[in-house]
Design a protein around this ligand. Sequence first.
Ligand code: AMP
Ligand code: TRP
Length: 332
Amino acid sequence: MENKKVIFSGMQPSGSLTLGNYLGALKNWVNLQSEYDCYYCVVDMHAITVPKEPKDLRKNTLEVLANYIAAGIDPEQVTLFIQSHVPAHAELGWILNCFSYYGELSRMTQFKDKSKKQDSNAITAGLFTYPVLMVADILLYQADLVPVGEDQRQHLELSRDIAARFNNRFSETFKIPDPFITKDGAKIMSLQDPTSKMSKSDANENSFILLKDDVDSIRRKFKRAVTDSIGIVAYNDEQQGVKNLINIHSKISGKSIEEIVTTYEGKGYAQFKDDVAEVVVNELKPIQEKVDYLLKNKDYLEKIYIAGAEKAEYAARKTLRKVQKKVGFIPR
Ligand code: AMP
Ligand code: TRP
């Protein structure tokens, strides 16, 4: 355990997880768990940066945890926990807020996108400093690597900047984390607008596949997936919709892009879309069954997140104590 590299990652319980979360992040997390010392977190504190019903937050938090396990994350092997259970996240978050600049936070594209969707009077300070809390999540565990989707790259750059700034101001305190982003298909796109990412907050529900979607919805959504009028299954930037479907197929079936393109030579989009849907249905079915089972066994989930929080707390406190000392707080 000691000499393994540390990995930290998290997802927001802001709704049900999508196929984008699964293929862009979760599947990758599963592959990393035996080789690294992994901390996987449900970031509920991030989820309240936009309005959220308490009962939905509770439900989604457990659902995301169940999805982690159902997708293959082994709670014996990794530290699986809920962010708000480890107060060190909020504490380091505050300190790092005081080492982050208004200017750099204003440049965060996720903030710009999300704040555009809110009434300007409803944009909270929490939404603005959201990336700093994420930086705290990562730095608390001295993470070497952070596996995320492409959309989080800018936040990881920020965590490197803030870590280096703090280390320079005081002395070596934080490990500088590296992003860990798989190249091909790291970003799964909307089925309705293949130039924007698949997101659970999209108003059009045909644009995303939820991990909990039933078979009929999955088939229907793929049938309606926006493609183009070229009519040839090919992998290029002029055919973003088709490219996205090929990526989805390839990431699940393990077949190469070339192999998939060859299979559909001379065939239309209809057959291809149906086949992609089947690949997805077969992948999600066992996960859905496991999630249902876990959500009926809340005691088991509770044991996992309690044990996880204890382990996480231990590691997090160690870093936090160092930081508090360096900035000049008097130990109690
Ligand atoms: P979020 O749902 O924003 O908390 O994202 C959780 C994780 O899933 C992050 O690592 C994201 O980068 C990743 N992710 C979310 N949506 C997508 C997508 N459409 N394609 C690839 N990765 C995604
Ligand atoms: N901001 C990330 C997202 O929206 C979620 C997140 C919060 C995260 N803290 C993190 C991801 C720490 C990686 C590491 O996807």
